[in-house]
Write a protein that binds this ligand. Sequence first.
Ligand code: SF4
Length: 263
Amino acid sequence: MTVHAASAEIASLDTQFADLDLAGRLSLAATLGRAVFTTSLGIEDQVITAAIGTHRLPIDVSTLETGRLFKETVDLMSETEERYDITIHRFHPQQDDIDAYAAKYGLNGFYDSVEARHACCHVRKLIPLAKALSGAEVWITGLRRGQSGNRATTPFVEFDAERGLIKVNPLADWDIDRIKAYVSAEAIPVNPLHARGYPSIGCEPCTRAIKPGEPERAGRWWWEGDEKRECGLHVPESPNGAQATENAAQPVSQASFAASPVR
Ligand code: SF4
């Protein structure tokens, strides 16, 4: 299997993944080429990291250390590394890029316009992501169909033509209740912010707690008002560094989410 797999082969793989458990899906993904899992330390990502660590799978675990993360997220990195005896590779933005961004937009200029926000995500996330995926043939993510309307058709396997690699979403068919049950059963460490109403956690200045009944990702870049918003990691970038927006969403009960076990 090469990264130039034909669409028919991708479809065949997608069918194979559907019949496997999580460890089986990750194991199969690792046979397709050099595999990198990018984690944001969110609850679903912790499930994948736990499986990689527990089963000692040959998959690199990487994260985008944007410099604007919550302390709780940074602390969870170390806790997770110790718990599973793994290394989470941190990819940071370049200081020159941050300086140039701050000079043009202001350090927190992302509040002022969608363009400025996309530019910040480009510097702090997309450029480091490209480094994290350098040399990878398989990109593993924690995308789930239940996270948003735009992600409702997320396949197990797809070909990322922009990056030229196979993208594997082993939790595509897991809903949040299944995630929480797995975390509880396996005593997986998760971000304590989840219990405070943050089902989706990104950079601190761009994430708020959600209200009961709001979609899981409603607390991300909430000021933009657009119900279709992403950071660009999972949607193609346009030539000017901005990216297509997306979303619509499936409501989640904050009370239900906050009841999930946290450590
Ligand atoms: S989420 Fe906010 S702080 Fe983080 S990279 Fe994007 S705009 Fe910048």
